[in-house]
Design a protein around this ligand. Structure first.
Ligand code: PLP
Length: 370
């Protein structure tokens, strides 16, 4: 019903995965990071479409894992963020793999798995420089490994770390993180464990072949964007999301007329303006007021005045005939013109990730395959 939708081309996501796979050795497993509603692309539909083409899914929180299992996803699911003991009953019953960041969590997880009569797979998270979650101290990690003998209901399925700057041209901190990670890997191997080792996010997949290990975790690039933002377009990637609406009102304003809250735009000449039925209540960044552009008639129309919660205005004086009902592209391609999430991110002072996943649940996702 709504004229405002986000169209998701699922084949583009598959294509991007195949591009990323060209950068990793054959046999390396692929984890698709589909946390935060698959970076705004729709958690369940994306997962169902990708399931036969990836080895693992990565989510941020237990609820996302539960939604995937309830939708019938059978591939292993790793919860990348910290999981609290209160969540262990669901983690075990839905067969989700938590990231274990401290040895104290092991006993409670084993107890819950024993109670349910199941084996719970988990991954150890190693903190090599993000200072977010994970084992920092090697002695702590050794103790955790030794404790495992007493926890028969746990399966040490994987271990991972996360890079802070893998997308930047200077490789030194990533190399330092990898060297630190390798000390932890050695400890596990020396004790006879053979977990899946993984570290590489999109940046490391493209720019650090020495840290691909057994599995990589592709996030932003599977949705078609470079981890370097507008600084580097990875040419073969195809953005999967197009955000569209339709013109809801057209009018002429005259010199001295102002537009929208705060009267921050004053017409200096007679202008034609179009109103669009979308605003920051849909996740369109309010800070793009007076800076953003949209596409109508395959041409760029600048936003004018303050973006409202549910509506915003653009100047259509120079782009030909525009009528109520005409298609407007907020993000994506229209004719020869294109607005990328990187362009919007640069204007908004953020990154493509935030632009994509800010598009909220009021905007229906419409899925297509090409
Ligand atoms: C632990 C972890 N792995 C992988 C990723 C994917 O990173 P990217 O989207 O840069 O590929 C993320 C994203 O934030 C993450 O938190």
């Amino acid at each position: 019903m709504r004229p405002t939708i986000a169209e998701i081309n699922l084949d583009n996501i598959l294509h991007n995965i195949s591009v990323l796979k060209k950068h990793i050795p054959d046999g390396t497993k692929f984890l698709a990071v589909i946390k935060a509603n698959a970076y705004g692309h729709g958690l369940v539909d994306t997962a169902l479409y990708l399931e036969d083409h990836v080895d693992y899914f990565g989510v941020a929180i237990t609820e996302e894992g539960i939604r995937l299992r309830e939708a019938g996803i059978r591939k292993p699911i790793l919860i990348l963020g910290a999981t609290l003991p209160d969540e262990f009953p669901s983690v075990v019953s839905y067969d989700l793999h938590p990231a274990i960041a401290a040895k104290e969590s092991l006993a409670a997880l084993n107890r819950e798995a024993a109670k349910q009569g199941r084996i719970c797979g988990f991954h150890f998270k190693i903190d090599t420089g993000m200072n977010r979650i994970g084992f920092i101290d090697l002695t702590d990690f050794r103790e955790a490994l030794e404790l495992l003998a007493g926890y028969p209901c746990l399966k040490f399925a994987g271990m991972f770390t996360h890079f802070a700057v893998s997308e930047t041209p200077d490789p030194s901190f990533t190399e330092q993180q990898a060297s630190r990670f390798e000390l932890f890997i050695r400890e596990a191997h020396e004790r006879g464990f053979d977990p899946i080792i993984h570290a590489a996010n999109s940046g490391a997949i493209f720019y650090h072949p020495s840290v691909h290990y057994d599995m990589v975790r592709g996030g932003i690039s599977i949705y078609g964007y470079s981890p370097r933002g507008s600084a580097d377009v990875v040419g073969e990637l195809s953005p999967a999301l197009t955000w569209k609406t339709h013109v809801s009102f057209v009018k002429e304003i005259h010199p001295g007329d102002t537009v929208s809250y705060g009267r921050r735009y004053t017409a200096e000449s007679t202008r034609r303006i179009a109103t669009l039925p979308v605003g920051y209540g849909d996740g369109y960044k309010r800070c793009l007021s007076g800076k953003g552009v949209v596409l109508i008639n395959g041409k760029r129309a600048p936003l004018i005045g303050t973006i409202c919660m549910d509506q915003m205005m653009c100047d259509i004086t120079d782009i030909g005939e525009v009528s109520v009902g005409d298609e407007v592209v907020l993000l994506g391609r229209q004719g020869a013109e294109y607005i990328s999430a990187d362009e919007m991110a640069d204007l908004a002072g953020t990154i493509s990730y935030e632009i994509l996943l800010s598009i909220n649940s009021r905007v229906p996702r419409v899925f297509s395959v090409s």
